[in-house]
Design a binder for this molecule. Structure first.
Ligand code: SF4
Ligand SMILES: [Zn+2]
Length: 120
């Protein structure tokens, strides 16, 4: 069976990300909000900020909280991009509660969460 290339990228570091399993919306906060503070605090205890910052540069992320830094400014509540809870890529949701850019990434995140639950 062919493996989708989204699943064979070198993204092991995401397993260690402090934001795995958190609501990715939290990382696209409005400026100056409590959510923004919480996102920054999460990054500050994250062990993979270097990888995260490099990834954000690589994908040209212009908005959101990445590696403990805020990029860009707030979006109007409607139509703002979100961050995929797995690949952290910005995407435009087509459903109100969509958290992942693709089904593959939803499944990958669910597996990672399940692994964490088992080892916790
Ligand atoms: S540094 Fe990146 S990977 Fe770590 S918590 Fe912040 S956004 Fe998530
Ligand atoms: Zn994704």
């Amino acid at each position: 069976m062919a493996v989708p290339d989204t699943l064979i990228r070198d993204d092991d570091w995401r397993d260690q990300a402090a934001c795995v399993g958190l609501d990715p919306e939290m990382f696209f906060p409005l400026a100056g909000t409590r959510e923004e503070e919480e996102a920054l605090a999460t990054c500050h205890r994250c062990p993979v900020t270097d990888q995260c910052g490099r990834w954000a540069d690589q994908i040209g992320a212009t908005h959101g909280v990445w590696a403990g830094q805020v990029r860009g400014h707030e979006f109007p509540p409607m139509g703002r991009p979100r961050r995929c809870g797995w690949c952290l890529h910005e995407f435009l949701p087509y459903r109100p509660n969509q958290r992942y850019c693709t089904v593959q990434h939803r499944v990958a995140a669910e597996r990672a969460r399940a692994r964490k639950d088992v080892t916790a």
